[in-house]
Design a protein around this ligand. Structure first.
Ligand code: SAM
Length: 908
């Protein structure tokens, strides 16, 4: 492929021929300089000559027959919005040590190579967006991540432009004619401009459009002239030469802004006109806040055809003042605009918000609503009203970008101000209505906005704030339109949670209620992150010992297995892991669906299975991470926790909680290839959160919580539960981690009654064991899912559960004692079955190297112990029918309460 590189080199030479005055390629500059120094007469004529070959030292001995590897390592935007890919050539470098070459996106030599790069980049951006969205860090709010190339080019352009405009202000080179009309525009690129032109042509004809554009351009040119005149009047030395300097400066800045952007930045021949057409100020894409932009006031702004759409969005913001129409003649022929709230009003509203001390924060996400008649788009800003309670009182201000009419997109450069909030204090609504009246753009708009406010207040009321765990009866009933409202909130919850799950690659989460009218679990918000795999640390604010725990440990503290790396070639292959599956714990490895011998063959090098570099983690004694695992067979040999299919092996009901040390982000193995990174993969089983049924039972069927009644009574059910509605779940399937707030064990112990049922203890290893001097209380933690959590917080209790937990150390170090609690299927679960877990099965891990049996761990000699006996017996026996369960329970004097659809829920 070396020919391709040379091809590129000559391509670049061709590009230089098109270079305009501003586009000096370093090599050219050098040439020119040499010529001037040497007094060469050719310098003027050869201004655009290609660079000297010695700059591109291709090494004499280079093998031109060989296919040279080439890898895309970057992407850049050149001045004229042209995309260039940066390629690196292993094994080749120039004499100055550089190896990179730049290739236009259409360059055939990189055809097919860019895909991987683009995919990797997109993934990176997606992850970043996920991180930013999830972040509660205030500093993250200002981050804008725009996922397409157009943004890159816009950013380059706008920064350069903004720099020029600021410079112009500083130097007093302003066009005073337009001082009063400050506009801020976002530009979405040429696509929309073309679309607008097409529409214009259709509306007013080609001839009119041409005339209009001519006027438009003339106007621009005369502005330039005016600028010069004004400057001259002012006595500035702003002559033609300075004008030229400015244009060069703009190019130079532009190139600087696009950093490292190729040593040759080929500009298009029409760059001057593009640059002129884009001579407007932008806030969002340039990364500047609105208030920063306000500082750039009194800036000349050139009218342009309004544009809208795209993944990022386009917006025009106007400061108060005469709003000159940006829509060219003929706009009136478009269909009437939707209800709108004037641009001035919008800005005044923002000023009022500022005045009452509301902070304005650029929005990092955009929302699009579309109906058949109009498009309302983009959350431009949102204003946290009370930053301390971010989930509440958030007001979104939205603007209308345009509307669809007769299958065409027409662009409206005025704004619609909608207010969406989840819950808002009454006084603020009053202020808002008052402001709207004062603004009084028209009585119609005021009514329209009031209508929206009332609608939103109504919605906010439906979205009750009952604390989790409180009696469902206290949920305010919907008085009107019950079914519609119920359905809509359930759907919204499903959408929001599924979207959040999808962001981390997890399967869907739906909310359904087939039994009554409750519109979803109380207190669960639409904006609740479906925290598939993260703790949150509410208790940890402000900074405490807990928050420190959340900060990722130093990478050096992690075990890092080199499985997959070159160094593993020399690994000692004498593994001979003859696995006796009777565990040190006294439990047994489940036989699952796979024959026991299968694992043996895999782990036993004697069987002829030589682990490849990719699957060294399959052999626990070779994988560095599993070296410290306590999962060992009787002979003390390490065994791994998962089958080849990624199923958890230890599904016997009698297994105590097992600790698995998974490979981590610093290991050489990859998430999907490594057989020791299962709990960290996104959930693949779709789950449904459903309202459980209340059941009517006669007293003889069981006893109630208060000692038994012969009267038939309706129990209140189990609230909301979880089921696998869409598919069967195989025994051993790893479903997900319990998430919520990380709290100290002492705090958890203080939580009583129902509150306690949302708390799961993180019983990793015995803290005193590693550091005998430290206070074990300080090192014991629990996860509280009352205020936040993922789908697992809806798992109900059963004494005969179909799920259980193990602990996995994935992104912390074992000594921190904050492993993940991972749910797995204890048995095959049929589609539609509720998934349950035993709330009381939290058995501490055995001390390192010591097997502790169930018998040793249970409480002794108390009433609780006899109940515990029954309970343990129950748990460890495989009851095939309810009858035997009853018999046993009766014999052991164990109180049984039947609840829900599950055969036996014992409440001890
Ligand atoms: C972790 S939550 C489970 C989700 C809960 N059902 C909900 O709607 O939010 C624990 C609470 O669910 C209820 N619950 C769980 N299992 C139950 C069972 N077997 N019988 C009755 N109520 C149960 C209790 O109210 C308990 O406090």
């Amino acid at each position: 492929m070396i020919e391709q590189a040379q091809g590129f080199y000559s391509d670049r030479s061709m590009l230089y021929d098109d270079e305009d005055l501003g586009g000096h390629e370093p090599g050219q500059q050098q040439n020119q300089q040499t010529d001037e120094d040497g007094g060469s007469s050719e310098s003027d004529n050869n201004l655009y000559e290609s660079s000297e070959p010695e700059r591109e030292d291709w090494q004499d001995e280079i093998d031109t027959e060989k296919d040279w590897d080439m890898k895309i390592v970057g992407v850049e935007v050149a001045n004229g919005d042209e995309i260039y890919y940066e390629a690196r050539w292993p094994g080749w470098s120039r004499s100055d040590g550089t190896t990179n070459t730049y290739h236009h996106k259409n360059d055939p030599s990189i055809k097919g190579l860019t895909r991987d790069w683009d995919n990797a980049r997109q993934n990176k951006i997606k992850n970043l967006i996920g991180t930013v969205k999830k972040s509660n860090d205030d500093t993250a709010l200002g981050i804008e991540i725009w996922p397409d190339n157009d943004v890159m080019s816009s950013n380059t352009r706008y920064r350069a432009q903004l720099f020029d405009e600021k410079l112009a202000i500083t130097e007093g080179r302003l066009n005073r004619k337009r001082n009063s009309a400050v506009r801020v525009e976002y530009d979405l690129g040429e696509g929309l401009e073309r679309e607008m032109l097409r529409l214009l042509k259709k509306e007013i004809g080609e001839e009119e459009t041409r005339k209009m554009l001519k006027e438009y351009n003339d106007d621009e040119e005369s502005d330039d002239d005016d600028g010069k005149d004004t400057d001259n009047e002012d006595g500035d030395n702003d002559n033609d030469e300075n004008q030229h300097d400015r244009s060069v400066q703009r190019r130079t800045r532009s190139e600087t802004a696009s950093s490292r952007t190729r040593s040759t930045a080929p500009s298009t021949s029409n760059s001057a006109s593009i640059s002129r057409a884009q001579s407007t100020i932008s806030s969002g894409p340039s990364g500047l806040s609105r208030s920063q932009l306000k500082n750039v006031s009194n800036v000349r702004s050139i009218p342009r055809i309004p544009q809208a759409q795209g993944s990022v969005g386009q917006v025009k913001l106007s400061a108060p003042g005469p709003s000159s129409s940006l829509i060219p003649p003929g706009r009136s022929a478009f269909s009437p605009a939707p209800p709108s709230f004037g641009p001035q009003s919008y800005d005044i509203l923002l000023y009022v918000f500022h005045w009452v001390g509301i902070v304005e924060v650029p929005c990092i996400h955009s929302t699009h609503y579309a109906s058949s008649s109009f498009v309302i788009s983009l959350s431009i800003v949102y204003i946290p009203f009370g930053l301390d309670d971010k989930d509440k009182n958030i007001i979104y201000i939205e603007k209308t970008l345009g509307y669809i009419s007769n299958d065409e997109i027409a662009y409206e450069n005025r704004f619609f101000c909608g207010v969406i909030f989840e819950s808002i204090s009454a006084h603020f609504i009053l202020i808002l209505i008052f402001v709207l009246f004062i603004l009084g753009t028209s009585i119609y708009h005021v009514f329209y906005i009031c209508f929206l406010v009332i609608l939103n207040v109504y919605y906010a009321n439906q979205n009750n704030d009952v604390e989790l765990g409180e009696d469902n009866a206290r949920v305010k009933p919907n008085r009107k339109g019950k079914t519609r409202e119920t359905r809509s909130r359930l759907q919204l919850l499903s959408l929001a949670w599924t979207e959040a799950a999808a962001q981390v690659g997890a399967a869907s989460i739906t909310f359904v209620n087939e039994v009554d009218e409750e519109d979803g679990p109380p207190g669960v918000g639409l904006d609740t992150d479906s925290r598939e795999g993260e703790f949150t640390y509410l208790e940890a604010k402000p900074k405490t010992h807990l928050q420190e725990l959340l900060e990722p440990p130093d990478p050096g503290m992690f075990l890092q297995c080199g499985c997959g790396a070159e160094s593993d070639r020399d690994v000692d292959m004498d593994v001979n892991d003859d696995i006796d599956i009777e565990m040190l714990f006294g439990g047994t490895e489940s036989d699952l669906d796979t024959p026991k011998g299968k694992g043996k063959a895999k782990e036993n090098s004697d069987s002829g299975h030589i682990p490849t570099l990719q699957n060294v983690c399959d052999v626990s004694s070779l994988c560095g991470c599993q070296g410290i695992s306590e999962l060992v067979d009787k002979a003390g040999k390490h065994i791994r926790a998962y089958t080849d299919e990624g199923l958890f092996k230890f599904t016997s009901r009698s297994n105590p909680r097992i600790e698995v040390i998974e490979c981590n982000q610093y290991c050489k193995c990859t998430l999907y290839e490594c057989s020791n990174r299962i709990a960290q993969r996104p959930r693949s089983i779709p789950v449904e959160i459903f309202k459980t049924e209340s059941e009517t039972r006669s007293g003889s069927e069981g006893v109630d919580d208060h000692g038994g009644s012969e009267e038939p009574r309706k129990n209140k059910g189990r609230g909301w539960g979880v089921r696998c509605a869409k598919q069967n779940v195989k025994r051993g399937t790893v479903l997900g981690c319990y998430t919520g707030e990380l709290i100290h064990r002492q705090t958890a112990n203080g939580l009583e009654g129902e509150y306690g049922t949302y708390v799961f203890d993180l019983d990793g290893r015995d803290p005193a064991e590693d550091d005998e001097e430290s206070d074990p209380n300080l090192q014991m933690y629990s996860i509280d899912a009352r205020k936040c959590g993922n789908w697992t917080r809806f798992l109900n209790h059963s004494c005969l559960p179909n799920l259980a937990v193990y602990t996995a150390v994935l992104d912390t170090i074992p000594e921190q004692n904050i492993p993940r609690l991972v749910f797995f299927a204890l048995e095959d679960i049929l589609k539609g079955t509720e998934m349950t877990v035993d709330y009381h099965a939290g058995n501490p891990l055995p001390k390192k190297g010591k097997a502790r049996k169930w018998e040793e761990m249970r409480p002794q000699g108390t009433i609780a112990s006899s109940l515990q006996d029954a309970y343990l017996h129950w748990m460890t026996s495989d009851y095939s029918s309810l009858d035997t369960a009853f018999l046993d329970a009766g014999r052991m004097n164990c109180p049984i309460i039947l609840t829900g659809s599950h055969p036996c829920n014992i409440i001890v």
